[in-house]
Write a protein that binds this ligand. Structure first.
Ligand SMILES: Nc1nc2c(c(=O)[nH]1)N[C@H]1C(S)=C(S)[C@@H](COP(=O)(O)OP(=O)(O)OC[C@H]3O[C@@H](n4cnc5c(=O)[nH]c(N)nc54)[C@H](O)[C@@H]3O)O[C@H]1N2
Ligand SMILES: Nc1nc2c(c(=O)[nH]1)N[C@H]1C(S)=C(S)[C@@H](COP(=O)(O)OP(=O)(O)OC[C@H]3O[C@@H](n4cnc5c(=O)[nH]c(N)nc54)[C@H](O)[C@@H]3O)O[C@H]1N2
Ligand code: SF4
Ligand SMILES: [Mo]
Length: 750
């Protein structure tokens, strides 16, 4: 049933509801029309001062997920290879019993938890999830962080003293943007919340600025850039080291006011002395002069910002890359300054609620990989379950994640999850991961709960705030993620009586406040307490613009002495490992093995948007991009299936021959592979695609941060003779148009 409330204007039978889309980091304002209780259109909210009417093709998935016949709406219990619906009380009991029994018998180290990406897009899960973790006390915590942005947190922690002090490019005011390993035109920006980013990048160019993209693929962002530089996957740390080297070598360092509170400036030229452009150019397949010119352009631009994301995070030198990106910005003075990399001032400051982090205080038991923030690398999850010893993981809780498709060597994890004594999942789909669960607890979907972005306002290129009410009344017999977290934690709490009483009190308080109560309190403790309270927030139905980013250092630094640590010891030490890699990278680029990288697509959202017919219809988009020279050499033919093999596995995908990918590199999108038995995703199983993570190798990690190295995976590719493996396989170039359109009609599928 559709609700009427103050910000829903009622014209006849049509209700108009404004909210923020929570599917990706761009947090676009959207306008949803509801006719007779059903969504009739979703458009960009033109009055949202931040997103200015922009939306992408994925926004309509909010309707599709809401109405999806495959969505799990009642708790499920495994029965053989099938599931049966059970009541909430029984489900909570069974879930808690299963996990508690293991903890009692085998200790906390027998339990693991995996938190997936949508947790950060769901404020209930973000704010209440920690209570559940505290009550469960799992010995092993994993999350999507270590297949994504962990190197960012590590460098923030080591350099600025807090894992959430993530500098954001001041996109709207910079004169020079160096994008390394990111494709914001398709991803809509990451750790850089900037809706309508394509236009914002064009605006940068219109005002005379330059956009340079470094990427092994001529990505959609590279296509609109002033310059695109191909780089061999995994070699970015060498380039970044050479750029910083040049900045010192040519006396271009101008840290200006930052020098007063930055430590390690003197140390840098020494630790980077071996990384002169002339020494690394061969390894990079670049010209040393080109590297020097890039360093000069960057350092002498009126303002400039280096921005590195997924592509330079999920690689063997992810930690070094993110450190060096920060270093570049700092030594050129493009930090905490207009047009450079800046920090936000969010109305709700998550930094006040989350710990600063912590690094390498313990290690994973099988491979000895370092912890970060209490979490172990997801690349080690399967082996910690399959370990042939007493301390192995026997029970898992997954919340909003699909690690079988999203973490390296997904097939191994698939087997590992199948072997667990107990698995509980909080998710509204039976997908490649949750099919292994013994109990599935389905939360409400986005439109059934209210929303405030506690994470992405912290990462936005302007200070903004927006509260969205629920559009639909959740059914009586449904639970929000935060309610599930509270109820499970109640049943899992153990310890001495005083501890249980304390926990009960805390839970009771949290329950009575709910996310909204917490928001009200947090606003009072926030920097806009005088002007932005809950009432102001609800009155601003299109969101509040709180202005551009302001310089805030050294005050906002979280290091004990409020100084930036430019040369943290773990980073400097890791340069030795980078040096030892200069040789092999110099190998002939056209020789086997090929290096596999990933890509994102306008109509996909990680692994969970492929059950929306209108997003997957048409030709198969899960294609392997191959350079014409490699295709010739290997006998690969356009649109024909190829067999792709890595050390850990193999898969099949149709070939797309294109010179947008550099020679020696092949590229698959991630999030596909819906051909597993037992999933309940009717549309997705008709468009399965291949999972890139059947190929990625759990042994390939950045040992410094523990982040998975999903990029630069060695593979061989050969033509697959015989019949095509799927009827809808074919070749297509991903159209850009879909991402530009200001609105997407729902007419075609209604
Ligand atoms: N449409 C859509 N949008 C999304 C998502 C989605 O699935 N679909 N996912 C969301 C999520 S969870 C995230 S984290 C963000 C990520 O957003 P981005 O960080 O922008 O990630 P990608 O779009 O994957 O772009 C990574 C780029 O790095 C390049 N690359 C790969 N390996 C290397 C390398 O070794 N060196 C260099 N220099 N480049 C490399 C790839 O070719 C690719 O162009 O996107 C979010 N937005
Ligand atoms: N090779 C390769 N692998 C990658 C990447 C890559 O670029 N290349 N990208 C990586 C990145 S950046 C990320 S973030 C990860 C993502 O990896 P994951 O977070 O493991 O997986 P998702 O595909 O985001 O799955 C999200 C799950 O959450 C459920 N869900 C959605 N909304 C909610 C909600 O509100 N509550 C609950 N309880 N559940 C919900 C969905 O049904 C789905 O099952 O994948 C990573 N894996
Ligand atoms: S870019 Fe698309 S998916 Fe992301 S917030 Fe905007 S409308 Fe939603
Ligand atoms: Mo991500």
């Amino acid at each position: 049933m559709a609700r009427t409330r103050s910000n829903i204007s009622d014209s006849g039978e049509i209700l108009t509801h404004y909210r923020a889309c929570n599917l990706c980091e761009a947090i676009c304002g959207i306008e949803i029309k509801v006719e007779d209780g059903r969504i009739s259109s979703i458009r960009g909210d033109k009055q949202d001062p931040f997103s200015r009417g922009h939306i992408c093709a994925k926004a309509v998935a909010l309707k599709d997920v809401h109405e999806d016949a495959d969505r799990v709406r009642k708790p499920l219990r495994r029965r053989g290879s099938d599931f049966e619906e059970i009541g909430w009380d029984e489900a909570f009991d069974e879930a808690a019993d299963r996990l508690r029994r293991l903890r009692d018998r085998h200790g906390a180290e027998s339990l693991g938890v995996y938190l997936g990406n949508p947790n950060v897009h769901n404020w209930g899960a973000m704010l209440f999830g920690p209570l559940l973790i505290k009550a469960l006390r799992p010995g092993n915590r994993f999350s999507a962080t270590s297949v994504d942005q962990l190197p960012h947190h590590l460098s923030a922690y080591l350099m600025f003293g807090h894992q959430l002090l993530l500098p954001v490019p001041d996109l709207d005011r910079t004169d020079f943007m160096l994008v390394i390993g990111a494709n914001p035109v398709v991803s809509n920006g990451s750790l850089m919340t900037a809706p309508d980013i394509r236009q914002r990048l064009k605006d940068l160019q219109t005002r005379g600025g330059r956009l340079i993209v470094v990427d092994p693929r001529r990505s959609e962002t590279a296509r609109i850039a002033d310059q695109h530089i191909f780089i061999r996957p995994g070699a970015d740390a060498l380039l970044l080291a050479a750029l910083v080297h040049t900045i010192f070598d040519e006396d271009l360092a101008r840290p200006d006011r930052l020098a007063a509170f930055t430590e390690g400036l003197d140390q840098l030229p020494g630790v980077l002395r071996r990384f002169a452009p002339e020494n690394v150019a061969g390894a990079l397949g670049m010209d040393a002069q080109q590297i020097r010119a890039l360093a000069r352009d960057f350092a002498t631009a009126r303002s400039a910002v280096a921005y590195g994301r997924m592509g330079v995070s999920v690689q063997e030198f992810g930690g070094l890359c993110q450190w060096l990106v920060n270093v570049m910005n700092i030594v050129t003075g493009n930090f905490d300054r207009v047009g450079g990399a800046m920090f936000t001032k969010p109305a709700v400051d998550l930094m006040k609620f989350q710990g600063r982090g912590g690094y390498d205080r313990f290690r994973s038991s099988v491979r000895g990989l370092p912890e970060f923030g209490g979490e172990l690398p997801s690349a080690t999850m399967a082996e910690e379950i399959l370990a042939d010893r007493g301390g192995r993981i026997r029970g898992m809780l997954t919340v909003a994640g699909n690690p079988v498709l999203s973490t390296p060597n997904g097939r191994q994890l698939d087997r590992a999850l199948a072997s667990l004594d107990s698995m509980v999942s909080v998710d509204f789909y039976i997908n490649e991961t949750t099919r292994h669960a013994h109990v599935i607890l389905p939360p409400t979907a986005a439109l059934e709960h209210d929303h405030y972005d506690v994470v992405f306002n912290l990462l936005a290129i302007r200070n903004v705030a927006r509260y969205s009410e629920a559009l639909f009344e959740p059914g009586l017999d449904t639970r929000h993620d935060w309610e599930i977290a509270l109820e499970l934690s109640r049943r899992l709490q153990d310890g001495p009586l005083w501890q249980r009483l304390k926990a009960t009190l805390a839970r009771w308080q949290m329950m009575s406040m709910g996310p909204t109560g917490l928001l009200k309190q947090a606003l009072k403790r926030g920097p806009y307490a005088q002007t932005v309270d809950f009432r102001a927030l609800t009155a601003a139905e299109h969101g509040l613009d709180l202005g551009p980013l302001d310089p805030c250092l050294p005050q906002r630094l979280a290091t004990k002495d409020q100084r930036i640590k430019l040369a943290p010891e773990p980073m400097v030490r890791d340069l030795t490992r980078l040096r030892s890699r200069m040789e092999p990278i110099q190998a002939d680029i056209s020789a086997d093995p090929l290096l596999l990288i990933s890509r994102r697509q306008p109509r996909s959202n990680n692994s969970w948007m492929h059950n929306c017919e209108r997003l997957v219809k048409g030709k198969n988009r899960c294609t392997l991009l191959v350079h014409p020279a490699d295709a010739d050499r290997l006998g690969l033919v356009q649109s024909q299936d190829a067999l792709i093999k890595s050390r850990v596995g193999e898969t099949v995908a149709p070939v797309e021959v294109t010179d947008e990918i550099m020679p020696g590199v092949v590229c698959l999108p991630h999030g596909w592979g819906h051909d597993r038995e037992g999933i309940q995703l009717e549309v997705a199983s008709r468009h399965p695609g291949a999972s890139i993570n059947d190929l990625t190798d759990h042994d390939l990690v950045d040992p410094l941060s523990g982040n998975a190295a999903l990029s630069a995976v060695p593979v061989t590719v050969s033509p697959l003779r015989g019949p095509r493996s799927s009827s809808d396989r074919g070749n297509t170039s991903e159209s850009l148009g879909v991402n530009e359109s200001p609105e997407h009609s729902l007419a075609d599928t209604r």
